[in-house]
Design a protein around this ligand. Structure first.
Ligand code: ADP
Length: 862
């Protein structure tokens, strides 16, 4: 591929620089100059004339052969090689003559300079080709001369003798001089050849690129043109197809509205008017698009009339007056005192003026001013529509005349519109050979200036509607005009059609039975009052409704009225539906209210954005009333089921916690009877568990246990000796020393206690404490030889309380000891039997155990 490209480039290169012609020229030059230098020979070296004549003739002969063979050589490369050989042969001829004149001593080497000059100027050699040819030429000069210099002249002398010549041996200074010059010239020649070659190649490359780009551009231009034609054609077709059914809907509607099919109830009339208004909007849009495509295709024809512009404007102004009054805008008109005649198509031009006026009305705030100026100039007339509205940014002043261009093209813009009006206005003005431009100051207002020429000579012949009388009947109606009369028929006031966008909708006029109070309240939010009206019509008989035209107002209503469901439009000026949804779903107080988003744009992305924003459902315009109602019902039902479930859940939770409390107190009383039973078994330790519990809780409270922890610990310490149930009373009450077997049996009671408690899930943790209450801090306790913090904290506390109580109470095998003695004992065992930290807390509360305990033990001791 790359190689092919290279060969193609080289061929093109040689062709571009006419390699063949240049070589032919060099050959001819050589054949002329070579013999002509015989004159020089005759003058400079007459004795060598004969020898040089032969040499020159031989060279010319070879040149002639080369010239002849050039015709037969096909490939450019061979032509190039021929050029190189031509140069070399010429050089050899000169070198031979130089040699015969004594090699380095001769000035004939300048002949080589000549040949080299011709090469650089005429032949397009690259560095490589120049280097090869030059080196060969240089060698042909240098080698024989070197022979002469080095004195090896025996063989050469014979040649000289043959021609009767004297052989001159040069001095080395001359040799160096000549050689130096020739070599330098050759180097310069190679370098310049290569530089020029590079320049030529680069130039050719960019030329070729340019050619390629140009041809690509041409191609895409052709494609674009045909696409554009297709598009315009398609546009026109589609619009026709749309307009026919639309007019067929609007025409009967008009008949019905005029009451020609019987009287209408106010509600029906209202509904039909909404249908008509929206039909008009669609018709206007289609008309504009159709006009625009006709204009772009050059199919628009003008029905010219000469009108007095001063009188032409007022009817148009009065048609927008009601809307201006509604918006409290002042309308002014300034014109010259005399008639200003212009030739134009009044119907088409009306579209221009009405469009400018309706834009001015749309984009000017309440209380603003709109002025129309008509000015009569020498050859032109200008019509200016000026407003004090929001203005247009300076970078948009040109582009607003493009199709579909809008300053605020966002989905949340405040004004309806399609961005076609000005494009159409410009096209119409342009077929009138006029000009339209906008001037504006952002925030201060805009001015649209239309300038048209006086007279009618400037109109193109082919845009004029020829008089129908001049035409054969068949041509009277162009196919594209077929629908025009229909549109005219159904819209009695054609101007109303142009201004239909500006009509305000009275929300209150919708007739529905609002007296009834329903089960659910639905909040509807949509910036288009017409859509709200539709919702009201569809839903009012089933739901109470709140209607509002912005999401901001919707939020306020939502918090005030706490509706059961919200229907919200997505594309609205200011806060849009998605933002509304996010705000609601992030507010704990109202997030439960279901939201259905309503949108005119469908598509997965839109859906995903809505769902991300937290919408509960999505419905796209145009919605079907049955579907809308079904979705509302479904969501409301889900809401209801949800809130019922929440209620049931709450009740269940309350009941469960009641049950748990009951169970706990039942359990506690059982435990207490159990403890009483154990205490009764062992007469000496009577009330032991109760006392241990009391002490344990005192220490634990000091250590900062929570209510719940204290409750659990209370149970555990009450039950700590429950395992003793399994120990016979005889052993428990034995006054003397226990046998090993008896002691082993007693030592089993913590484990048995755990076994009794473990099955009760609630008591798992307490069971662990009970099992560990005979463990010792140093790891020498039983049953598991737990050490330090391995022993549950409750058990570590209980161990101290248990010991304190057993020391201070009487046992079968010993008397009770005093409080002080018990405290001393416990301090003594801190770190071995008891956790030193718990001992510290015990000491803090020990005094509270002392008084009566002290007395008690004192009396016991006594
Ligand atoms: P549209 O149907 O959107 O009004 P137009 O072609 O009539 O389409 O206007 C194109 C845009 O030019 C408008 O959307 C608006 O942004 C801007 N524009 C036109 N007239 C005015 C005006 N009098 N004041 C401010 N902006 C204007």
């Amino acid at each position: 591929m790359g190689e092919n490209k290279d060969t193609a480039f080289l061929n093109r290169y040689f062709q571009e620089y006419k390699l063949r012609d240049r070589i032919r020229l060099s050959l001819i030059l050589s054949m002329i100059f070579y013999p002509s230098f015989l004159i020089l020979d005759a003058i400079v070296t007459p004795d060598r004339f004969r020898a040089f004549l032969i040499i020159r003739l031989i060279v010319v002969f070879i040149n002639a052969v080369q010239l002849f063979s050039l015709r037969f050589i096909k490939s450019q490369r061979s032509v190039l090689h021929l050029g190189m050989s031509l140069l070399w042969i010429d050089a050899c001829g000169i070198s031979l003559m130089v040699f015969l004149m004594g090699g380095f001593a001769s000035f004939y080497y300048q002949g080589l300079t000549l040949v080299i000059m011709v090469m650089v100027v005429i032949l397009p050699f690259s560095f490589r080709e120049a280097a090869i040819t030059m080196s060969l030429a240089w060698a042909s000069y240098f080698i024989p001369s070197l022979f002469i210099m080095s004195g090896q002249t025996a063989a050469l002398r014979k040649v000289a003798d043959f021609f009767n010549l004297t052989l001159e041996i040069p001095g080395w200074r001359i040799a160096v001089n000549n050689l130096f010059f020739l070599t330098s010239i050759i180097i310069i020649a190679i370098v310049s050849s290569s530089v020029m070659d590079n320049v030529r190649r680069r130039e050719l490359r960019s030329r070729m690129q340019l050619e390629e780009t140009t041809s690509q551009l041409k191609e895409s231009n052709i494609k674009l043109k045909s696409l554009d034609e297709l598009k315009t054609q398609f546009f026109a077709n589609v619009n026709h197809e749309l307009r026919t059914p639309l007019t067929l809907m609007l025409a009967p509607l008009k008949t019905v509205l005029e009451g020609r099919m019987g009287p209408l109830s106010p509600a029906l009339k209202d509904t039909l008017e909404t249908m008509q208004r929206n039909g008009f909007k669609l018709l206007k849009l289609i008309n504009n698009l159709l006009d625009l495509s006709k204009l772009e295709e050059g199919k628009m024809r003008l029905k010219l009339r000469t009108v007095n512009l001063v009188e032409y404007i007022p009817p148009l102004l009065s048609s927008v007056k009601p809307m201006a009054d509604q918006k409290q805008l002042r309308l002014y008109y300034q014109h010259p005192p005399h008639a200003v005649d212009v030739t134009l198509d009044p119907d088409q031009f009306e579209k221009v003026v009405l469009n400018l006026l309706s834009n001015a009305l749309k984009f000017t705030h309440k209380g603003g001013k709109i002025t129309i100026y008509v000015e009569d100039k020498d050859h032109t007339v200008t019509l200016t529509v000026e407003d004090t509205g929001i203005g247009i940014p300076s970078n948009m002043l040109e582009t607003i005349f493009d199709r579909f261009s809008q300053v605020d093209g966002s989905k949340s813009r405040a004004q309806e519109g399609t961005g076609i009006g000005l494009a159409l206005a410009r096209e119409i003005v342009q077929v009138h050979k006029g000009a339209i431009r906008a001037e504006s100051e952002l925030g201060r207002g805009s001015r649209f200036i239309v300038e048209i020429q006086k007279g009618e000579d400037h109109f193109d012949e082919d845009v004029l509607e020829r008089r129908s009388e001049d035409m054969p009947i068949a041509l009277k109606r162009r196919s594209s005009d077929q629908d025009e009369p229909h549109a005219r028929d159904i819209v009695a006031d054609f101007r109303r059609l142009q201004l239909v966008d500006l009509e305000k909708v009275d929300l209150e006029s919708t007739h529905v039975d609002t007296a009834k109070v329903h089960d659910a309240l639905v909040l509807c939010i949509d910036d288009n009052p017409e859509v709200l009206k539709l919702m009201k019509m569809l839903l009012a008989d089933e739901y109470d409704l709140e209607l509002t035209t912005s999401a901001e107002k919707g939020l306020v209503l939502l918090r005030q009225k706490n509706p059961d469901l919200v229907l919200c439009d997505v594309m609205m000026p200011g806060m849009d539906g998605h933002a509304f949804c996010r705000t609601v779903k992030n507010d704990e107080a109202v997030k439960h209210i279901p939201i259905i988003l309503v949108t005119a744009r469908s598509g997965v992305e839109m859906l995903a954005e809505g769902i991300q924003a937290g919408a509960d459902d999505y419905i796209s315009k145009p919605f079907d009333s049955t579907e809308l109602k079904a979705r509302i019902r479904a969501l409301l039902r889900i809401r209801q089921v949800e809130s019922e479930l929440a209620l049931v859940n709450r009740n269940l939770k309350m009941r469960t916690s009641d049950l748990v409390d009951q169970q706990r107190s039942l359990f506690l009383s059982t435990v207490k009877s159990l403890v009483t039973a154990i205490d009764a078994k062992d007469e000496y330790t009577r009330h032991h568990s109760t006392r241990v519990t009391e002490f344990t809780l005192k220490i634990a409270a000091k250590m900062g246990f929570s209510e719940k922890e204290l409750g659990d610990l209370e149970l555990a310490s009450l039950l700590h000796d429950v395992g003793k149930i399994a120990v016979p009373e005889s052993i428990l009450n034995k006054p003397g020393k226990l046998t090993d077997a008896e002691f082993t049996l007693i030592k089993e009671h913590p484990a048995r206690g755990e076994a009794i408690l473990r099955p009760v899930v609630e008591l798992k943790e307490m069971a662990r404490v009970v099992r560990a209450h005979h463990e010792r801090y140093d790891g020498s306790g039983y049953p598991d030889r737990l050490k330090g913090r391995e022993i549950p904290l409750g058990a570590r506390i209980m161990a101290i309380a248990d010991t304190y109580d057993s020391i201070t109470s009487e046992r079968p095998y010993r008397k009770a000891a005093s409080h002080r003695y018990a405290v001393k004992e416990i301090i003594g065992c801190s770190g071995t039997q008891f956790d030193p930290e718990v001992v510290e807390h015990f000491l803090e509360i020990a005094s509270t155990l002392a008084p009566d305990q002290g007395q008690d033990t004192a009396s016991k001791n006594a």
